[in-house]
Design a protein around this ligand. Sequence first.
Ligand code: HEC
Length: 268
Amino acid sequence: MKYKAMSLGVALALAVPLAWGEASVEEYRAALADKDANPGLLTIDKGEILFKEKRGPKNASLEKCDFGLGAGKIKGAYAQMPRYFKDTNRVQDVESRLVTCMVKLQGFTEAEVKTHVFADQRSNEGNTDLEALTAYVAYQSNGMEINPPLKHPMEKETLSLGEALFWRRTGPMDFACSTCHAEDGKRIRLQPLLNVLNKKDIQATMGAWPTYRVSHGVVRTMEHRMWDCNWQMRTPDIDYGSPAAVALIAYLTHQASGGVYDLPGMKR
Ligand code: HEC
């Protein structure tokens, strides 16, 4: 891991969530633009240590995990996910795949792995293991083209399921993802909303996830974003790595095909 010109002072300042009262909007935006000071780099380091450490009942590392390019090949793997996996007979995103490997290689139970998937925003606990591992694996595709495969019938089926879910109105507010994310120029308060149908917008967006969220003080992943936007819709929590979550992520990723990963991102 190279920090280039990363200034420790700036990194520490950013690692503490900024409140609107404490910094001007201009300072806040300038901090967001300084890539070398991205505290997400520290999370990636934590993820690398966890990835290589022998853990769990089987006392094994995750170095033999297969993310679709063969056991132990993580360079460029995230850029070609979600994808179909023969051993699980499922389409998986990077996060559900990490769960599979923690169960199969390290001997954890799925329930153990999933007890605490997202860092608590209000405590200072820092990123969870799954968030850090995801950030590390994703970072191995930095600078690469977003290129999820679409050969296997289940990959095609997952993509159409994701597209259907994107447009499907549901829940107490009768919202669909498309209610908020299918037009240019929409916003909620000061937050401009992503337009999933705008190629440039979705490419830049997906290329920046996992992303360091300044307001949360931790790196967030796409599974967290799906959980968060289901909360925006006031629907029940979406299960981590569930077929519905993976299908939505597959749809977003395919919309962003041809974009380039620029990781870790940094957002509000
Ligand atoms: C009620 C409006 C609303 C609905 C409905 C909604 N979202 Fe969002 N979405 C938001 C808001 C607000 C943000 C965060 C914007 C910010 O903080 O800059 C966001 C952010 C996102 C992002 C990250 C954008 C970025 O710039 O990084 C993605 C991806 C996303 N939503 C996908 C979805 C998907 C998929 C669904 C349906 C399951 C959905 N959203 C439903 C309001 C919504």
